[in-house]
Design a protein. Structure first.
Ligand SMILES: Nc1ncnc2c1ncn2[C@@H]1O[C@H](COP(=O)(O)OP(=O)(O)OP(=O)(O)O)[C@@H](O)[C@H]1O
Length: 249
């Protein structure tokens, strides 16, 4: 099956510093794919390049192919039209916009979507939250849930979740697991950056990004073990070892 996202030998250099050094990654249609890697490995930079945000629209070299189309150089809204969306560690605030308005806007192309159900899916009681504003009056965790509800309402083909579990308390991780499973059932392909073990449990596959390269893609538990090795050894040693094994290219 053709992957929905293909990152083909992507290199990115900023101010003379090589941040991504030839990333190869394939995300299959309909899967939950986790990205693990140490701090500074390039995970968020890769997520930004896929989204085209923060002036990162094109890699220095290589191609990002979404649904068979090269998306290098495309604006964020053009990518959104193709069905790519994202949620960040720090969710958005929209002053003066109610949760109801925000979700209706997200669901504008999906008349069959019930926004109350989307809120329930993320563990928020519609009667309590629909008239609230999407601003600082909501807690960080509540805004994160509203953002996840907006993804369920928008139903993109593909979503990038960058450390969606940050700021979510331990007891709520199971809710996030369920939300991820709901996204999968809705046919949304998920690429998530996370180190959370419980979220890895719901991933179909995972990739280890280390030193600006994907060293390996495999089942989440083996990638987690590799990541533990990566954390304790020198990144360069690990990179060379990966190359010697014929991986990570
Ligand atoms: N605009 C930029 N200019 C210079 N260096 C940058 C820029 N953006 C990112 N970097 C550097 O690139 C490297 C990768 O950063 P990135 O945020 O992608 O890592 P990460 O894997 O997401 O890390 P973390 O787990 O800490 O969030 C870091 O060394 C960072 O300082």
């Amino acid at each position: 099956m053709e992957p929905i996202l293909k990152v083909d030998n992507v290199k990115l250099t900023i101010d003379g510093k090589a941040i991504l050094k030839g990333v190869n990654l394939e995300v299959n249609r309909g899967e939950i794919h986790a990205i693990l890697g140490p701090n500074g490995a390039g995970k968020s930079t890769l997520a930004k390049l896929i989204m085209g945000i923060d002036d990162l629209k094109s890699p220095t070299e290589g191609e990002i192919i979404f649904d068979g189309k090269v998306i290098n150089g495309l604006e964020v809204y053009e990518r959104a039209k193709l069905g790519i969306t994202l949620a960040w560690q720090e969710p958005a605030r929209f002053e003066g916009v109610t949760v109801e308005e925000y979700l209706k806007l997200s669901a504008r192309n999906n008349p069959d979507v019930d926004i109350r159900k989307c809120l329930e899916e993320v563990g928020l009681v519609p009667e309590v939250y629909l008239k609230r504003f999407v601003d600082d009056s909501l807690s960080g965790g509540e805004r994160k849930r509203v953002e996840l509800a907006s993804i369920l309402a928008f139903k993109p083909k593909f979503v990038v979740l960058d450390e969606i579990d940050s700021g979510i308390d331990f007891t709520s991780i199971e809710d996030i697991q369920k939300i991820l499973e709901t996204m999968k059932e809705e046919g949304i392909t998920v690429l998530m950056i996370t180190h959370n073990e419980k979220l890895l449990d719901v991933a179909d596959r995972a990739s280890l990004l280390c030193g600006g390269k994907v060293l390996e893609t495999s089942d989440p538990q083996s990638i987690k073990r590799k990541f533990e090795e990566c954390k304790v050894c020198d990144v360069l040693d690990f990179e060379q070892k990966g190359e010697k094994d014929g991986k990570g290219r």
